[in-house]
Unconditional design. Sequence first.
Length: 235
Amino acid sequence: MSLMTSLPAGYRALVLGASGTIGRSFIEQLTCDDRCAVVERLDRSSPSPLILEDEAAITSAVQSIATCGPFHLILDATGALTIDGQGPEKRLEGMSANGLMRAFQINAIGRGMILRECIPLLPRKERSIFGVLSARVGSISDNHLGGWYGYRASKAAGNMLLQTAAIESHRTRPGAVFAALQPGTVVSRLSEAFSRGHETVTAENSTMGMLNTLNSLTARPQAWFVDYRGQTIDW
Ligand SMILES: NC(=O)c1ccc[n+]([C@@H]2O[C@H](COP(=O)([O-])OP(=O)(O)OC[C@H]3O[C@@H](n4cnc5c(N)ncnc54)[C@H](OP(=O)(O)O)[C@@H]3O)[C@@H](O)[C@H]2O)c1
């Protein structure tokens, strides 16, 4: 099967958050792509563990696989919704400084550090793709329901970090595509308590859709915000 046809034959891929439902499914798809030579993975169980709250651990984890690069495809599938046993806030009264801080630590600051460490692993001249798992609820303009303060705000902050890194990186890596991804509602540890009543998509169809979408995006001096069906989402 040939999947990522826009990347050079023999391309190398890196999946972060490989232990999650979506991260695992990305790895399954990429190992079946006959154009993909290498799929490296990082997560909290890696020999050098990727811990989003620990800047030094993120640096060490990425350094531990750096010699396998450059990577033409990097997918960051990390993220959390329920943190320290606390689910998303329904109302203002449910919001706490600690809850917000923890959501930002994982979904925004951790992501920022991953971008800082991983963007130098993209090739300078060839086409490359950096996809990060965002969420539609991180869209400020698409917020019609309210609630989920920490998750929404930390995903929006993660999107801003991606957008800013995309603008800067275009100067040195004009062939790089950056995209924030909405996977649909995929039943996983993260979503299982909240997916009732939502139309769900299997991890396989979601990751296949996201990879097809990434494959078709053009490099530009801005990030994309797209869902697994290829539809653009307003920031
Ligand atoms: N599932 C959905 O319906 C849905 C919808 C919209 C967006 N998303 C986004 O998609 C991404 C993946 O979600 P998923 O459904 O695959 O969830 P998942 O199965 O819970 O996977 C989450 C991944 O993030 C890692 N992670 C969480 N907290 C971490 C921390 N503090 N340090 C290091 N790694 C950490 C997990 O590592 P461990 O295995 O070690 O816990 C796991 O690899 C997330 O960014 C999520 O916000 C999912």
